[in-house]
Design a protein around this ligand. Structure first.
Ligand SMILES: [Zn+2]
Length: 373
């Protein structure tokens, strides 16, 4: 993820902290000082936040190590102010494996909570933690309250992830349980619908019952997460078994880096292509996008006949091969915003192009055919 700082490795997995995390720390310091809090209180809060995020890292590590058992690697673990993300190389499609991987994260927090509870009962006066005393106890800044706060956070992490809705772990658990007795696409659709129903309840509760904006925020977050997961799985199912060759576009216009802006514009107007593969010295240099072409025209329009397109080419693009799996290529193009990519055959010659818009049409056509069956 962009703008992340590597803070080391855990079990061979790189751990990153996103820069926005520093804003959270800065906020604690700033709001502490501006509300007249003593330095010790601010240090306490910072230590607490760091401990909470250590628990989040361990949670993500739980997912990563469970996935490793099934031969699935983890690219990295990234900490954001809203939580952690373990980027697994893929999600196990076997429901039993998905179940284990999904449950491993919250189980780590259950274990941490159990240890902290043990510490409290062994070393601290348990009466301080009775419900009627808890507010008074937490008002003091000491090791007791620190441990109690951390315990409560871990319990909340477990509770939050127990909500059976994507993108929480509970949503994956629910999908995996359903997928034990039906196909995965259908299981995802049902799990996503349940998740969206719960999300709507959250929004309603947040609006009319407890009047808490945080609940509304979670509801919207869950609703969108459920929708994205359902779409991703449906698209994956539609594309499964197809390769780049099946969606290859073999009619396209080639430009050369020595072409001028004016020549590129003529091609844009004369044909249906919006983006162009550009060659340079006989090999492929990259892609000239319509967006970039228009921008270049706005700046160099009066010299369009003499300005070359070379500086406006998007270079260092990945090259595809006809046998590449569309199921993987499609989300890769969407995530990176690649609208057009060259497809090379075994000899390294241009076999055609893959066009994101065409690919989206391909998905729509396949979906229509499947629904008609
Ligand atoms: Zn998790």
């Amino acid at each position: 993820m962009g703008g992340s700082l590597n803070i080391g490795k855990l079990a061979g997995i790189k751990v990153y902290v996103h820069w926005t995390f520093l804003i959270l720390i800065a906020y604690i310091v700033f709001s502490g000082f501006s509300s007249g809090q003593q330095t010790i209180g601010i240090v306490y809060n910072i230590l607490l936040v760091l401990s909470v995020f250590a628990c989040v890292v361990l949670h993500e590590l739980g997912h990563a190590l469970a996935a490793r058992r099934y031969g699935i690697g983890t690219r990295d673990i990234t900490l954001l102010p809203i939580g952690g993300v373990a980027s697994l190389e893929n999600i196990p499609e076997n429901p039993k494996q998905e179940l284990v991987v999904a449950i491993a994260g919250p189980l780590v927090n259950v274990a941490i909570a159990a240890v902290l509870f043990g510490v409290i009962t062994l070393f601290f006066d348990i009466a301080l933690f009775a419900p009627e005393n808890i507010e008074e106890t937490l008002a003091h800044l000491n090791l007791h309250t620190f441990v109690t706060n951390l315990l409560m956070v871990n319990v909340m992490l477990v509770a939050f992830n127990a909500i059976p809705a994507f993108p929480m772990d509970g949503g994956r658990v629910l999908r995996a349980l359903l997928a034990l007795s039906m196909d995965r696409t259908k299981a995802t659709r049902i799990a996503a619908s349940i998740g969206q129903f719960i999300a709507i309840l959250f929004v309603f509760a947040g609006l009319f019952y407890v009047k808490n904006p945080f609940l509304i925020f979670i509801g919207v977050f869950v609703y969108l997460g459920a929708m994205a997961e359902a779409n991703a799985v449906a698209t994956g199912a539609v594309l499964s078994g197809f390769t780049v060759r099946d969606a290859l576009r073999t009619r396209y216009t080639l430009l050369d880096a020595t072409n001028t802006l004016k020549e590129a514009v003529s091609e844009l107007i004369a044909g249906a292509d919006q983006d162009f593969i550009v060659t340079e010295n006989g090999s492929i240099a990259g892609v000239l996008r319509r967006k970039e072409l228009i921008k270049a025209l706005a700046e160099h329009g009066q010299h369009a006949e003499t300005t070359l397109i070379a500086p406006f080419i998007e270079r260092n693009l990945p090259y595809l091969q006809p046998d590449d799996d569309i199921k993987e290529v499609y989300p890769m193009m969407q995530q990176n915003g690649f609208t057009l990519l060259p497809v090379l055959d075994q000899d390294g010659k241009l076999a055609g192009v893959l066009d994101l818009e065409n690919l989206t049409e391909f998905v729509m056509i396949r979906s229509a055919i499947i629904e008609n069956k």
